[in-house]
Design a protein. Structure first.
Lengths: 226, 226
């Protein structure tokens, strides 16, 4: 653990087909935060090859109309070169449904999810990768609302919370789909660095914040907690 | 111009220090749209080198605490290799204040902003690059609220609209800061592809939409239209 919160070593997992906003929403907040606070970021992938955002130039599944519509970003580390990490963040995306392609990510998470980790976080269907480690069993978590039932199937022993913008269970922070990750991250910054800093950066982002319990999308997708 | 809206050739400018969410908010919407609609995307930079997001590993200006906190993305085209474009989108960021570094982008915009262009769009302080071409003189536009007065100085003959989430003037679409670009893009998708499609993809993004006239940040930053 860092000696104080300003020294966090943050690892963000990236894989082919991750959802762009699952990474660059929270990172926009963290990029802003670290204008004044010291932290380090590692973008961790299976290899150092550029990673396709949202989709591959070769369609990952049928029905994708525009294979010529894509972006790529560059990892900074692989699983074997990643430094010690205080915080791990896992994005989602349709690609999480490819269990074979994402298994090395689940293995990496299993190996790094120890008592020494300060925070584990997921955005959207990234929660499915956490669930697949088995280490989230019995803990409270949430995920993307349109994909909720599938995500639940990846961790039947997780205590899935259907209606929440994000869920905090100790050092485990999980958000609902896509944009919810940014509200969670701003909420985490508020928790760690104070309300003034969180409010200021949210305003600079002109971000329309939603609170932790404000989740109209659960009902929209027919999810109700029993 | 494309024979129909499904054939748009979209060029997104990227430069060192662009604000991450200015690109990946709108692109998250467009990436989702183009799961079912055909379009092409070019990420256009001065060179094919990776582009630093939000900041450089060498601080662009003093006071940035974490040069080890950065991400890079890859252009697909340079100014000289960019294809014919129907839509150009310009992000913002603190880097837009570097007039020398961004002049080649202004020159590119000047050369491509012709009557053949279907839509010109900017997010955040990207409007300053449009203003610097002189081609926005006399037209309605908006920009980032915290940086508004500086942006106004880059185009004194533009009709700057202080209070607006985004502004539409014919084929010119300009948004307020950072997150506002995503509301604008979802609004543009609604305008071009219909309400059902826009609503569906906003819900899949779990995006908390703000309407075109909903701009609490103008007042927050002391901007009032005379």
């Amino acid at each position: 653990m860092p000696s104080n919160h300003t020294a966090f070593s943050i690892g963000y997992l990236i894989f082919h087909g991750f959802t762009s906003l699952d990474v660059w929403g929270p990172l926009a907040a963290l990029n802003s935060l670290t204008m004044n606070e010291t932290a380090s970021l590692s973008l961790i992938s299976q290899t150092m090859d550029p990673v396709w955002v949202d989709r591959s130039p070769i369609p990952l599944r049928e029905g994708i109309a525009s294979p010529e519509f894509y972006e790529t970003v560059n990892p900074t580390h692989t699983f074997s070169t990643a430094p010690d990490l205080d915080i791990i963040i896992v994005p989602g995306g349709g690609a999480t449904r490819n269990l074979n392609a994402t298994q090395p990510y689940v293995d990496f998470l299993s190996s790094r999810w120890t008592d020494d980790l300060t925070f584990m976080m997921s955005v959207c269907t990234g929660a499915s990768l956490l669930a697949r480690t088995g280490k989230m069993d019995g803990r409270n978590a949430t995920s993307n609302k349109a994909a909720f039932k599938w995500v639940m199937s990846t961790g039947p022993n997780v205590n899935w919370v259907k209606k929440a913008r994000w869920v905090v269970d100790g050092n485990l922070w999980t958000s609902s789909g896509v944009s919810a990750g940014t509200d969670m991250m701003i909420g985490w910054i508020e928790s760690e660095y104070g309300t003034d800093k969180a409010t200021n950066l949210a305003n600079l982002m002109e971000w329309n914040r939603m609170g932790q319990d404000n989740d109209p999308f659960a009902e929209l997708y027919g999810l109700t907690d029993d």
